[in-house]
Ligand binder design. Structure first.
Ligand SMILES: Cc1ncc(C[n+]2csc(CCOP(=O)(O)OP(=O)(O)O)c2C)c(N)n1
Ligand SMILES: [Mg+2]
Length: 349
């Protein structure tokens, strides 16, 4: 349980791990690569847009792309995803438009509509609440006799919330078709993972809940894919939930409002840079002859196009109507809010 499952080492060569080895076709291997690159580039664009005052805030997923894309890529489109707030990679695999996510970080009242049409719950800022939602949805699927499963994407910090405990315990008792996918990115804002658990690993918690717990190298996309695929099979077969701890690292500050230099060292960053998930996978694909220059150019071109589309969607968006601030707070507006709305309108006029 302590040693994370790893199929590709940091130098890009295949490890001796055999239990989780899967022979994915070259198209799938390339598709995974494409998602990694596009996610990283879009993530950088989100940060730029925030810096330019177009977004209120952004939480970068840089460093965690493999953990997110590997896990999301092996699921069916009807499996429900319950993201925390750092899951750009998951949303990209699910086909959610970056512009939808931008609406959320821009602070639109609707928080980026239409996630649910893709079987993806809206982003959950209140930590670990999404774990409960995932279990509830899994139990609903179970009762409806559907063969879909749900995935709760939570962080190392989220595992310290009571909601996580309630969710994992109930899921296991109910044998709910749910996977708890915990990205241990070593930090919860400025609190290190060492302050979140006294157990040897987060995966060990599964023992107490009576479900399988597995650690995976979260910077190894093929390992994340394989481990999630197995957990999904279990859930679909009616064998209940699995806890997966993906060991990874948050390369950027917590959000664009955070200064990570105040609590972590350059040496730590350098250590994790050397385990970069994209560099590693690119080396691997080149070594096995799957990644050609032509493919790399195509991926690059798509990435440039998507970045431009994201930028256009944000920069070209009309300023929101200030009335939106007051809509949807109550079914009928209160006299206090009505007075405030009148005051704001008058000031703007
Ligand atoms: C219930 C709740 N408490 C506190 C916060 C403030 N908060 C935002 S992110 C965060 C840390 C989350 O850490 P982790 O789960 O490891 O996710 P990461 O940010 O590392 O992806 C906290 C405490 C919150 N959003 N919700
Ligand atoms: Mg964390």
């Amino acid at each position: 349980m302590d040693q994370p499952v790893q199929l590709i080492g940091p130098d890009g060569t295949a490890t001796a791990e055999s239990r989780y080895r899967r022979d994915l076709p070259p198209e799938t291997l390339v598709w995974l690569y494409e998602n990694l690159v596009v996610t990283r580039d879009l993530d950088a664009e989100f940060v730029n847009l925030q810096r330019q005052g177009e977004l209120a805030l952004y939480a970068s997923c840089r460093g965690q792309e493999a953990a997110q894309i590997g896990a999301a890529a092996c699921l069916r489109k009807t499996d429900w995803l319950f993201p925390q707030f750092r899951e750009l990679g998951v949303l990209m695999v699910r086909g959610i438009a970056p512009a939808q996510l931008a609406a959320l970080w821009r602070g639109s009242w609707h928080g980026g509509l239409d996630f649910t049409s893709k079987c993806c719950a809206p982003v959950a800022i209140p930590i670990a609440t999404n774990a409960l939602h995932a279990v509830g949805a899994a139990m609903a699927a179970q009762r409806l006799g559907e063969d879909s499963l749900t995935v709760a994407f939570i962080g190392d910090g989220a595992t310290s919330e009571g909601d996580s405990h309630e969710a994992m315990n109930m899921a296991s008792v109910e044998k709910a078709p749910c996977v708890f996918y915990i990205q241990n990115n070593q930090w919860a804002i400025s609190v290190p993972a060492s302050r979140q658990y006294a157990a040897p690993t987060i995966a060990h918690r599964a023992i107490g809940y009576g479900m399988p717990g597995i650690r995976v190298d979260g910077n190894d996309i093929l390992a994340c894919y394989a481990v999630m695929a197995e957990a999904a099979e279990r859930a679909r077969a009616g064998d209940g939930p699995t806890l997966i701890e993906a060991v990874t690292y948050r390369m950027e500050p917590h959000t664009t409002s955070d200064d990570a230099t105040r609590y972590r060292t350059a040496a730590e960053l350098a250590e994790w840079s050397a385990r970069d998930p994209i560099t590693r996978y690119r080396r691997y694909l080149r070594d096995i002859g799957v990644l050609t220059e032509r493919v790399e150019h195509r991926v690059e071109a798509r990435s440039v196009r998507l970045r431009a589309e994201l930028r256009d969607s944000v920069v070209g968006a009309p300023d929101p109507d200030v009335d939106e601030l007051f809509d949807h707070v109550y079914a009928e507006i209160t006299p206090e809010l009505s007075a405030q709305r009148a005051q704001l309108r008058a000031e703007l006029a």
